[in-house]
Design a protein around this ligand. Structure first.
Ligand SMILES: [Zn+2]
Length: 426
């Protein structure tokens, strides 16, 4: 592959100026939050397959099973000293939360603050038989403790329920999964907003606070996650996999997480596919679903793949939440050799991107890394809790929090990085 540097720069600038990038982004947001298993997600999947086929007619759909669940009831009430309802609070059940007993789960709330391991240690036996209340943390930072770890600690300490509050002033409930396996033990678990966390704290000024949690969910064990796949073999037999997840949560429009990544991957595919015949390696583009279900879609896809096919996947470039801040970071999953690729692509594209080495199992790249495939996640707002990325998982994850220039920078970098990867020893 011999091409002059100025030709490549011209091509990169054309790629960055993709005329339908914003139209695609708005279209994806227009389907709504795209919770896996809902009609909105199904419509978005059909649209994505059409868009990918418009790029290359070889795009296909693969379906993998996953353990679905749907929430039928999610309610929270604050009780007074005589057990009467004193206020109705808002809550959002965690995906695959355990059901409450008929009539609801009543219990005393123990506020553990952040809900770090030292907070649980301090509470000790007191949490047994009570409802743990902790805080959600900004997920894109090296020191962050994931909701599922806090939930697990609450279960281990003998808590009977789990509430996790949005720490942002005025912020509403958020969405996320409990990670509870099918038929696995669990406790009723839900997100609450900042105002209702305050209401609980105020009630606590007069003595122990009791609440009633009512959660009822239905197992959807025959669920199938659709994955749009475009595979273009190259000369070497090896492939670079470019991916993003299309599913989201139903509180907002899942614009940051992850209409941003899908729109950029579609545009990058449009730029790259006509040139694969000149590249050393092949390209596979995957739009996953059920990522928000503890990465079930990508995990099942890779786990069910013939090992000889999996061995051809040399690198995964996963885009998840690539707007909302002007700084991009590559989470390189304990593959230090990927730092050179990021540095080259940064220099080549003029888009500075930092690297974070430790594996962060917070998106589909972790499913690839799990199988020994070098994998990275491109993410915006890493270590920037004040950025607009703070709106992920909330009702405020709407198209207006994403800026066009952020999407275009992510696109320019992704195309440069992919092109380097398609033409280097991997
Ligand atoms: Zn995501």
């Amino acid at each position: 592959m011999i091409e002059s540097p100025s030709d490549l720069q011209t091509w990169l600038s054309h790629a960055e100026a993709d005329p339908t990038l914003m139209e695609d982004f708005q279209a994806i947001c227009g389907f709504g939050g795209r919770l896996a298993g809902t009609p909105a997600e199904a419509r978005a999947q059909d649209w994505a397959l059409e868009r990918m086929r418009a790029t290359d007619g070889r795009a296909t759909r693969v379906e993998v099973p996953y353990d679905g669940w749907s929430c039928e009831l999610s309610a929270l009430e604050l009780l007074d000293g005589s057990g009467q309802v004193s206020a109705v609070l808002r809550c959002q059940a965690l995906l695959r939360s355990a059901n409450s007993p008929d009539g609801g789960l009543e219990g005393e709330v123990l506020d553990l603050g952040e809900g770090r391991s030292e907070d649980f240690a301090r509470a000790g036996e007191r949490l047994h038989g009570r409802i743990a209340l902790v805080r959600h943390e900004y997920p894109f930072s090296s020191g962050h403790l994931h909701r599922r770890r806090k939930y697990d600690m609450a279960v281990q300490a003998g808590a009977i329920g789990f509430l996790i509050a949005n720490p942002l002033p005025g912020g509403g409930p958020l969405s996320g999964s409990s990670g509870r396996p099918v038929n696995g033990f669990g406790i009723p678990a839900a997100y609450i907003g900042d105002a209702d966390r305050n209401a609980i704290a105020q009630a606590g000024a007069y003595g122990p606070v009791h609440v009633r949690i009512r959660i009822k969910g239905e197992e959807r064990l025959d669920s199938r996650a659709a994955i749009t796949v475009l595979d273009i073999p190259g000369r070497s037999g090896q492939r670079v996999v470019l991916s993003a997840h299309l599913d989201g949560h139903d509180l907002g429009a899942s614009a940051l997480d992850n209409a941003s990544g899908v729109a950029v991957v579609l545009a990058a595919a449009r730029a790259l596919t006509p040139r694969i015949s000149q590249a050393d390696h092949g390209l596979r583009v995957c739009l996953f679903s059920a990522e928000e279900w503890a990465l079930a879609g990508s995990a099942r896809y890779l786990g069910g793949m013939d090992p000889s096919e999996r061995a051809t996947l040399a690198l995964n470039i996963n885009l998840d939440t690539v707007a909302g801040d002007d700084r991009l970071t590559a989470l390189i999953s304990d593959y230090p050799e990927l730092a050179a690729l990021i540095a080259e692509a940064s220099a080549y594209s003029g888009v500075p991107v930092d690297c974070h080495l430790p594996l962060m199992p917070n998106s589909d790249h972790a499913s690839f890394a799990h199988h020994g495939i070098p994998a990275l996640r491109l993410v915006a707002g890493f270590e920037r809790p004040e950025s607009r990325v703070r709106h992920i998982l909330s009702a405020d994850d709407q198209p207006g929090v994403v800026r066009e220039d952020e999407l275009r920078r992510a696109l320019r970098f992704t195309v440069a990085m992919s092109w380097h990867a398609l033409n280097r020893e991997i």
